[in-house]
Design a protein around this ligand. Sequence first.
Ligand SMILES: Cc1ncc(COP(=O)(O)O)c(C=O)c1O
Length: 379
Amino acid sequence: MPNALKNKLIRVAEPYIGKEEISHVNDCLKRGMISGFISGDYLEEFENLVSKSCGVKYGVATTSGTTALALSVATLGLGPGDEVLVPTLTNIASAFAVVYTGAKPVFVDSEPVTWNLDPEKLHRHINRKTKAIMPVHLYGHPVDMAPVIKIAKKHNLKIIEDAAEAHGAEYHGKKIGSLGHIGCLSFFSNKIVTTGEGGMLVTNDRKIAERARFLKNLGYSNREKFLHTDLAFNYRLTNLQAALGVAQMSRFKKTIEMKRKVAQLYTQRLRQVKGLQLPPELPGSKNVYWMYALVLGKQHPNRQTVREKLIKAGVETRNFFYPMHLQPAFRSMKIVSKSYRLPVAESVAKRGLYLPSSPKLTETQIDRISKTLIKILKD
Ligand SMILES: Cc1ncc(COP(=O)(O)O)c(C=O)c1O
């Protein structure tokens, strides 16, 4: 194989766009059915397909995963004086969504196996102000939801699942997104299902779905359209994007199988490396391996060195998220103090990275990436 081709950059994620996506989008364009308000035939279909895939009754499409989360917090009526428990290891969107309403995110440490929120550490943060928990199913592996649900029931808390990275994952036979009061998905280009940008709030609660639909659409009412009772948003996904999403959903199961195959091929090759922590699949959980995430051992070269050598070999990687409780944005807003420490997340965040995880990666590419990584770790 020529060197130039062999070393072509393998990206962490590439969208899988087929002929059907192109024909659906063209169909919208030809008919002028492009917006997300009046002309939304694909939108309804997309909402139905996605809510069904999460095992719930209702889906409310939004402009992004971030706005699905923000809409959820607003729909539950949370605001100043309220607190929401959010894992510190997550995309900043989870925490921003809480802050937008004036409520306060309270950051919770991770457990060391899946790197998800540690349910055992929830208790210490619960007080009179606590109104909700936002478990985030990181990198495609479900949070251990049974204890989270138990604690939420005990303290009368709402659960908003951030399922942006875990569409299609399962927990003891139940679909991720159906385990709390609301589930939120992202359809950004690196997600399991993409609409370019996009998101969805999914729920089994009709009142929540109706309120969310009302709030996402500037609070236009059925009775007197331009008379507004509430502060609302334009979080409307377009029909054009939903058309792309409908085509993507026709391949949903296949995409997940491909993602799982990619993970299996990596694990076969990397499990021999001493001290390297690979993504788990705990009993009762189905991981969709949104990203093939791993944590370097203390005996390995430092992460920066590993990543630099990988990129030189044409392999793109990303660091784990920077913990929320260390974010300058939240320190300057006085949401967290400098002395606030969450040791498990801090340790994992320093040594975690993820490898290319596109569903269409070939076995040859996975072989090359794995061999390169193994060599770097031994050096
Ligand atoms: C856990 C998590 N939540 C929320 C989001 C935000 O989604 P979006 O980029 O669609 O706004 C992301 C984005 O990747 C994410 O990883």
